[in-house]
Design a protein around this ligand. Structure first.
Ligand code: XMP
Length: 494
């Protein structure tokens, strides 16, 4: 009944996730028993198959800490200077809780003019020099400043003294909560080597404690720090960027290109493998077996798959190249697994069903942009658009992003005229990833259960042994598979 993948994907069609559907199989285990642990690259294990995309509206320090705490990983974008990217890396790796207040610093003589002076932080730290390197004299909570009747005062006149309680940098939420309860304080400093690296507020601890608990282990490297990846390009100056990142403890690098099968990337893969033999390198993007073979031969430890399937992408329209994402993931995985190179299904994920499809078609992880972009942990502030709370989300090939440096991903080396391959938009507020990812994963486990796969490995084995069966959905079948025939409905999954 139905088709095995190798038959379905050899008929000359390019299928997206929505084009195909799995036939249910036999269930002999509970959904909670489904093991989603996986590998991002040859040597990097993850408890969960989720990766945040290197985009400047998705992956900075807060996303990196949150994804690592869940058992996934984020790849920091490279649309900023090497030093700034390395400091995002240090910020995410310098704690073991998914809460970053990342406070700005000011001198005691400074005056807060506007709430923007707090950046996105609930605190502003007062140091003698007005910089992070100075001695901590006190802090001002945004809430206290907002409630203050007289606004023009110098910080020194009303700042609170430094928190009396401190926790070690690698303390977990329970430990921090206990310190707060014991000391009866609303703020705890996180200390590392005698320096305060950040503050944690009681309301954040309580907020995160209220989210569903995940049994998965956090992604922590041999250094005891969160695992964080970073994107780099393939230009000469990227070698220097890489050096900064390696010094900052980066756990994996992604060579960020929309068409990875190029002489520039092959040379860069060889360089990274030679210069940093302990560092795993992810190549891409690719969508064909030929592209994948070239990169595997050059020595990549992971392959990023997808071209033009992202929600903000216009590559297929602008350049006439790309591939339906279901076909791309299946085809590349079918060759990469022979060399033990894990595949990252990048782009086009807009629901849990797409994650089930990507992983069951051979991918070891999924990389997401839009799915994570409206979250609390994504960079940028919430805005209101037509009465809806939204966050900005833009393609790295949009003109706006390319002015910040991401043109390297799309233009290669010599192009003089910039043509956009992506758009700028906005996505709805989704709340914290720490809250919605556990629900998403439960849905993924149920999908695995329906097809009779108790783990990722088992799904891949069932795919190759032709036990997993698929069919193509006609247009009418896709309409039928979605909500239909109602005058209105609320889309709510949990
Ligand atoms: P989703 O669907 O998760 O896709 O939002 C994220 C992925 O899309 C790719 N990306 C782009 N592709 N033009 C493109 O053609 C762009 O401007 C662009 N920006 C990001 C990238 O692979 C990302 O992970």
């Amino acid at each position: 009944d139905g088709f095995p993948a190798e038959k379905l994907f050899t008929q000359g069609f390019s299928y997206t996730y929505d084009d195909v559907i799995f036939l249910p199989h036999y269930i002999d285990f509970p959904a909670d028993a489904v093991n989603l642990s996986t590998r991002l690259t040859r040597r990097l294990p993850l408890a969960l198959p989720l990766v945040a995309s290197p985009m400047d509206t998705v992956s900075e320090s807060a996303m990196a800490a949150a994804m690592a705490s869940l058992g996934g990983i984020a790849i920091l974008h490279s649309n900023l200077s090497a030093a700034a990217q390395a400091s995002l890396l240090r910020s995410a790796k310098s704690r073991r809780v998914p809460i970053l207040s990342d406070p700005p610093f000011a001198a005691p003589s400074a005056v807060i003019d506007h709430e923007d002076d707090f950046a996105a932080s609930p605190f502003l730290l007062v140091t003698d020099t007005g910089t992070a390197a100075g001695k901590l004299l006190g802090y001002v909570a945004k809430r206290d400043w907002t409630n203050q009747s007289e606004k023009g005062l110098k910080l020194g006149a009303y700042m609170a003294p430094p928190p009396k309680a401190a926790a070690p940098w690698n303390a977990d939420l329970d430990a921090i909560g206990k310190i707060m309860d014991g000391e009866k304080c609303g703020v705890v400093g996180l200390e590392r080597e005698g320096e305060v690296v950040d503050f944690v507020a009681r309301e954040d601890v309580e907020r995160v404690r209220g989210y569903p608990k995940l049994a998965a282990a956090a992604s922590v490297g041999a250094d005891g720090e969160f695992m964080v990846g970073a994107a780099i390009g393939t230009r000469e100056e990227d070698k220097e960027r890489l050096e900064h990142l390696v010094k900052g403890g980066v756990n994996v690098v992604v060579l960020d290109s929309s068409q990875g099968n190029s002489i520039y990337q092959l040379d860069m893969v060889k360089y990274v493998k030679r210069a940093y033999p302990d560092l795993d390198v992810i190549g891409g993007n690719v969508v064909t077996m030929y592209q994948a073979e070239n990169l595997i031969r050059a020595g990549v430890d992971g392959l990023r798959v997808g071209m033009g399937s992202g929600s903000i992408c216009t590559t297929q329209e602008v350049c006439a190249v790309g591939r339906g994402q279901a076909t791309a993931v299946y085809k590349v995985s079918s060759i990469a697994y022979r060399s033990g190179v894990p595949v990252i299904a990048d782009g086009g994920i807009s629901n849990s069903g797409h994650i089930v499809k990507a992983l069951s078609l051979g991918a070891s992880t999924v990389m997401m942009g839009s799915f994570l972009a409206g979250s609390l942990e994504a960079p940028g502030a919430y805005l209101y658009q037509n009465g809806q709370r939204v966050k900005k989300y833009r393609g790295m090939g949009s003109l706006e992003a390319m002015t910040k440096g991401s043109d390297a991903r799309y233009l290669g080396d010599t192009a003089k005229l910039k043509i956009a391959q992506g758009v700028v938009g906005a996505v709805k507020d989704k709340g914290s990833v720490l809250n919605f990812i556990p629900y998403t994963l439960q849905a993924v486990r149920q999908g695995f259960q329906d097809i009779g796969a108790s783990s990722l490995q088992s799904a891949h084995d069932l795919l190759r042994s032709r036990v997993i069966r698929l069919e193509v959905r006609t247009g009418a079948a896709q309409v039928e598979g979605g909500v239909h025939g109602l005058v209105s409905h609320e889309k709510k999954y949990y």
